[in-house]
Ligand binder design. Structure first.
Ligand code: IPE
Ligand code: IPE
Ligand code: MG
Length: 256
């Protein structure tokens, strides 16, 4: 039996560069449990997760992923204790401020999806400045989902479509998958081919419901603050070993 590779270089070398997913989405979960295991406050778990964001981003960029979308704060996360929500917002501002030069240097384009108007004013400003500064970068697009949920996004899409129909700009008969996708926050991005969730939970928690219709799902028990490039590469290798049939049968697919 083939020995599982251990080193990051071995893992990376096994990735077929011609079949790297264009878009990887990650539900970063397990910060609270990681903190508990280390006898720390939950916020220490969130702070420790920043390194994992860096690992996921550089790892993705190195193998040629074009879009990395991270679920950072859900609509439902507003229901957490106020102190945790405030600490998360402060951490977001601090992280963007600390990392922006490095992101820009590495040609990362920063993007955000979600109900950004609901974020505190300083968050919105910091985020918008960073987004504007990196707008022409083209190596990889890093999208942070903030105050995001898929049902919020779909509700907003339906409202926009309805408005356009009412004003005569859109013919109801012309509504199709493409025009729907065009009214989602991810407009212009390819759908994620690979969705990763850490911490052992096997649910979607209201993330990108429309866009993941045909994504391959990869779950790991690793808690987000322990997530490293190796885990991303394991996920990509697993993805590359799957047969994506899109409703067809194996024999109809091009030979690999
Ligand atoms: C993910 O970690 C971060 C956010 C949802 C903001 P959690 O904070 O959900 O960690 P657990 O699930 O409590 O371990
Ligand atoms: C999902 O994680 C949201 C983010 C990762 C930002 P949660 O930890 O909030 O999800 P549930 O509540 O356990 O489903
Ligand atoms: Mg959680």
């Amino acid at each position: 039996m083939e020995q599982a590779p251990h080193s990051i270089d071995e893992l990376k070398a096994r990735i077929d560069t011609a079949r790297v997913p264009q878009h990887v989405a990650i539900i970063m979960d397990g910060n609270g449990r990681w903190a508990k295991q280390h006898g720390e406050h939950r916020i220490v778990g969130h702070m420790s997760g920043v390194r994992s964001v860096r690992e996921a981003l550089t790892g993705a960029s190195e193998i040629g992923v074009r879009y990395l979308t991270l679920y950072a704060f859900s609509t439902e996360n507003w229901n957490r204790p106020r102190t945790e929500v405030e600490a998360l917002m402060d951490l977001l501002v601090k992280t963007v401020v600390d990392e922006i030069d490095e992101l820009h240097k590495n040609s990362v384009r920063l993007n955000a999806i979600g109900d950004l108007d609901s974020l505190p004013e300083n968050c919105r400003r910091t985020l918008n400045d960073a987004i504007a500064r990196t707008a022409t970068n083209d190596r990889i697009t890093l999208t942070l989902a903030l105050s995001y949920s898929a049902r919020w996004e779909i509700e907003r899409m339906v409202r926009m479509v309805a408005d356009e129909v009412r004003s005569g700009k859109l013919d109801p008969a012309a509504i199709n998958e493409a025009s729907i996708a065009d009214h989602l926050c991810t407009r212009g991005m390819p759908d994620p081919e690979l969705l990763i969730r850490t911490s052992g939970e096997q649910r979607i928690s209201n993330f990108l419901l429309w866009q993941i219709a045909y994504a391959e799902l990869w779950f790991t028990p690793v808690l987000w603050p322990d997530f490293r490039k190796e885990h991303l590469y394991e996920a990509v290798l697993d993805y590359q070993n799957r047969e994506r049939r899109f409703g067809m049968i194996s024999e109809q697919l091009p030979a690999r």
